[in-house]
Design a protein around this ligand. Structure first.
Ligand SMILES: Cc1cc2nc3c(=O)[nH]c(=O)nc-3n(C[C@H](O)[C@H](O)[C@H](O)COP(=O)(O)OP(=O)(O)OC[C@H]3O[C@@H](n4cnc5c(N)ncnc54)[C@H](O)[C@@H]3O)c2cc1C
Length: 378
């Protein structure tokens, strides 16, 4: 995603140099969100490739872009990238947009690519038994699709409830109910270290990690292997940028902390800054959007905007046991830091503006789910 948008914007913004677009997968770039949603649920006649929207409407040939798909970058030396075939590709600017690799546990399948999704889709038929390791975003979406296909689903979660590292108990406990209502068995506090014996298939969905080892020791990295980049998305090596899931960027919004946002919206927006900095010179544009993502699970649209910390106060709008509700986080100065909206897109849209502006909110009015969120502004 981030690679595609970088290439597209380079040409749209007038970059006239040569562009080589290298990618380990054989396909033209595609969206990953449908892989755990529409692709798994699809039971129709059309080619599943169409459901995944594999063919992005971008004319690489007309844009004069050299495509090298199915080819992996395996090493870096100053001013050049070396491919698996041993070719040396010199560059003036290099953009690393290599995403993340699913964390593997030594058993089971993972879900990251189109091929993974097609394989998984074929295993989740009626009467099959699927074990999912991890009750995170992807685990929940796959459980949704597998239950819809009539598959028996058991989800093993190491923590005491879903998304315990991200949300307080009131939110995770409500999400646990969604699994049960859909007929999936959710086993919390159940860290497993071997494939469950009672399953036909096992999906391991415990997160992704960037593999940046191929770049060698010259680059500064965070402990998870992601590349540490400035607010301009430049690495410590001049002329080399990183964008999308692979990058931990310095966020001025969050006090200069390096943050890694593994979501679609970040991969879509990052290229704007990269391209401006490549064309106009480093410093032309800062990447610092309010983080946003969505997930579709158990018939619900779940959206989150912002970034809350453990010390922020969570205020509920409506009950998490209702079909639609929201949670709003306020910092100690009562400024909005994040909004989680379940089936409440208007709260999300308004919340995005309030979070971006750091608006001070009145907690009692936030809690009034019948009034617009913006009316809580002080
Ligand atoms: C199943 C699934 C569902 C998702 N659903 C949502 C959702 O609902 N909402 C949301 O906000 N986000 C979602 N995401 C996250 C979102 O898709 C990612 O944040 C986004 O794809 C990141 O884009 P990227 O370009 O950084 O990385 P990627 O899309 O991972 O692209 C990186 C590419 O680089 C290639 N590559 C890696 N190493 C090399 C190398 N050495 N040489 C050459 N090529 C290499 C990889 O093969 C890959 O094609 C989902 C992700 C998955 C896997």
């Amino acid at each position: 995603m981030a690679g595609l948008h970088t290439v597209r914007l380079l040409r749209e913004k007038g970059f006239q140099g040569t562009i080589t677009f290298l990618g380990a997968e054989e396909h033209v770039p595609y969206d990953r969100p449908p892989l755990s949603k529409a692709v798994l649920k699809y039971r129709g006649e059309d080619a599943v490739e169409d459901v995944a929207e594999l063919a992005f409407a971008f004319d690489f040939e007309a844009a004069g872009v050299t495509l090298r798909f199915g080819e992996r970058a395996v090493a870096w030396s100053p001013g050049a990238v070396i491919t698996a075939a041993g070719d040396r590709l010199p560059y003036d600017a290099l953009v690393v947009a290599t995403g993340g690799e699913p964390v593997r546990l030594g058993f089971g399948e993972t879900l990251r690519t189109f091929e993974d999704a097609v394989r998984l889709r074929e295993t989740i038929g009626a009467g099959k038994r699927l074990a999912i390791v991890g009750a995170g975003w992807i685990g929940a979406e796959v459980a949704t699709a597998a239950r819809a296909a009539g598959c028996e689903v058991v989800v093993h979660e190491a923590r005491e409830r879903p998304l315990a590292a991200v949300f307080p108990a009131a939110v995770g406990d409500a999400m646990a109910v969604w699994y049960r209502q859909a007929g999936a068995v959710l086993r919390c506090s159940d860290p497993i270290s071997a494939a469950p014996q009672d399953a036909d298939h096992v999906l391991v969905a415990v997160g992704a990690r960037p593999d940046t080892r191929w770049l060698g020791p010259a680059f500064h990295r965070a402990s998870d292997g992601s590349l540490l980049v400035s607010e301009h998305l430049e690495t410590n090596v001049p002329g080399v940028y990183a964008v999308g899931d692979v990058a931990a960027y310095r966020s001025l919004r969050y006090g200069g902390e390096h943050i890694r946002v593994e979501h679609w919206d970040n991969a879509l927006r990052g290229p704007d800054a990269v391209v401006a900095n490549v064309i106009e010179g480093v410093g032309a544009e800062v990447h610092d959007p309010v983080p946003y993502f969505w997930s579709e699970q158990f018939g619900r649209m779940v959206q989150y905007v912002g970034r809350h910390s453990a010390t922020d106060r969570m205020v509920l709008r409506g009950s998490p046991h209702e079909p639609s509700w929201a949670a709003v986080w306020l910092d100690p100065l009562h400024r909005a830091t994040a909004v989680l909206a379940v089936g409440r897109p208007r709260d999300l849209a308004q919340g995005r503006r309030l979070v971006a502006a750091g608006t001070v909110l009145d907690a009692a009015r936030v809690a009034d789910a019948g009034a617009p969120l913006t009316s809580a502004a002080m």
